[in-house]
Write a protein that binds this ligand. Structure first.
Ligand code: HEM
Length: 468
């Protein structure tokens, strides 16, 4: 009797626990795990995350949880879930990205949480639509300097060409004029290090650094680069009007709170400014050049605004840009089709979506890439149709409904208008000076990326020849 009593209690406790777990599971969205504890669905998911998401949506419905390496990611794919993602006070951006920020830029949680909102407001203001006009002149100047290096004609891989234009232009515009190396060896080193850092970023944001030797080296290379250059960036204001660059403005605030993390923020801003803008410039040029009638229409626009190509440098004004809406539509249509695989928020308190309760601690995930393929928002979603952007009120800085490539809500991408402007200027100036054609078909997009926009899977060469 003495032995039976505790056994009954243990059995009852187990039954209660099982019922509780079953109830919990029933009230949560369907969960895709694997048979290996903790690892869960990591292998299947990691092989091709974008395809995995779409297959799971078809099999499990509009909301489902993927359990992988100890993390629960709950994907929302339809209105009700999207609304919670974008508007609920119970889901949080900062707590969702804090861990990846720590892994990729070594910014500790307390520093990140103290500074994030202040820095975000500064970036949003400095790169907002009112201030955009301050970038136009310098972007044009920097781009024309880089274009001079292309010579009269040549053939290059389009990705490399875009990198050679946008790396120096972004660094010199956002950090400090002249900061980008000018010595050939150092330029090559910068390119190689950034490529390694960028390519490994997604793994680096999830795995211990000790498992990613080369990536870790490139991260340390950039931290040392900024450590050396922060005093230089701080020292020099614009000779023309004493104005400050974005990084100089950020450094003022970072210094007030902590004087040790400036290089880390330099690295984060560098990555944010290049990782999406470069592939989007690549794809936009690729889409335009692979459609002769579109390329012709764009060239007619450029010639009507700037005249025939000559030897002198040109100035590009806000008014000029307004006369060339087709280029902006092409950029937006490219961003729609190559949008980030996922954006994320942390669930702070359980949230109800459809008939399910998503528990606190889950990462709520939204896929701009798949949302942009919903025919309800974008008819014939797989087609590249720049003219659909005619409907958007771009004068009022509004995108089309259902377009979330820059995120949405409180912490929408603060660099979105700058990115659009930089890519627009890049296309205008390249096409103004050179006749271009593609020597290879446009490559497929890789489906390996959740973080950021989609990368090309193979090479694509461009031939360029100075216009007469
Ligand atoms: C086409 C190019 C770009 C795309 C598609 C893009 C997309 C995004 C997305 C999806 C987010 C996360 C928003 C969210 O979760 O709601 C983001 C954040 C951010 N982006 Fe961009 N971005 C682009 C270009 C740029 C550029 C050129 C800059 C800087 C000059 C920039 C700076 C940032 C920063 C600093 C954040 C983090 C904001 C925060 O911490 O609150 N982005 N971007």
């Amino acid at each position: 009797m003495e032995l039976i009593f505790p056994s009954v209690i243990i059995i009852l406790a187990c039954v209660a626990l099982l019922l509780f777990l079953r109830w919990k599971n029933l009230s949560g969205p369907p969960c895709i795990g694997g048979w290996i504890p903790w690892i869960g669905a990591a292998f299947e998911f990691g092989k091709a995350p974008l395809e995995f998401i779409e297959k799971a949506r078809i099999k499990y419905g509009p909301i489902f949880t993927v359990f992988a390496v100890g993390t629960r990611m709950t994907f929302v794919t339809e209105e009700e879930g999207i609304d919670v993602f974008l508007k609920s006070k119970e889901v949080n951006f900062e707590l969702a990205v804090q861990d990846p920020v720590y892994r990729t830029a070594s910014i500790p949680k307390n520093v990140f949480l103290t500074l994030h909102e202040k820095l975000y407001i500064l970036m949003k203001g400095k790169m907002g639509t009112f201030n955009l006009c301050h970038f136009t002149g310098q972007l044009a100047e920097e781009l024309q300097e880089q274009l001079e290096n292309l010579g009269t004609h040549g053939t290059r891989d389009l990705t490399i060409l875009v990198r050679h234009l946008l790396y120096p232009v972004s660094v010199n515009t956002l950090f400090k004029k002249g900061l980008f190396p000018t010595n050939k060896k150092k330029i090559t080193e910068f390119y190689q290090q950034f490529q390694t850092y960028d390519e490994g970023f997604e793994y680096g944001s999830q795995m211990p650094e000790c498992l990613l030797r080369n990536w870790s080296k490139s991260k340390r290379w950039f931290l040392a680069f900024f450590e050396k250059n922060i005093p230089v960036i701080k020292a020099k204001k614009s000779e023309k009007d004493n104005s400050m660059t974005l990084m100089q403005v950020l450094l003022d605030t970072i210094d007030m709170e902590t004087n040790e993390r400036s290089p880390n923020y330099g690295l984060l801003l560098l990555w944010a400014s290049l990782s999406n803008a470069v592939p989007i410039a690549f794809w936009t040029l690729g889409f335009i050049l692979s459609q002769p009638s579109l390329y012709k229409a764009i060239m007619e626009g450029i010639s009507s605004v700037f005249g025939a190509a000559g030897k002198d440098k040109i100035k590009v004004s806000e008014d000029d840009l307004k006369k060339l809406p087709l280029i902006k539509w092409c950029i937006l249509e490219t961003i729609r089709l190559r949008a980030p695989g996922a954006i994320t928020r942390k669930v702070m308190k359980p949230v109800k979506i459809l008939d399910f309760t998503v528990p606190s601690g889950d990462l709520l995930m939204l896929s701009p890439f798949w949302l942009h393929r919903n025919p309800k928002y974008f008819p014939e979603p797989e087609l590249f149709k720049p003219e659909r952007w005619k409907e958007a009120n771009l004068e009022k800085h509004a995108f089309l409904d259902g377009f979330v490539a820059f995120g949405s809500g409180k912490y929408q991408c603060p660099g979105r208008w700058f990115a659009m402007l930089e890519i627009e200027m890049c296309i205008i100036l390249l096409f103004y000076y050179y006749d271009c054609s593609l020597l290879d078909p446009l490559p497929k997009q890789s489906s390996l990326h959740l973080v950021g926009v989609q990368q090309p899977e193979g090479r694509c060469r461009i031939e360029y020849r100075q216009r007469k």
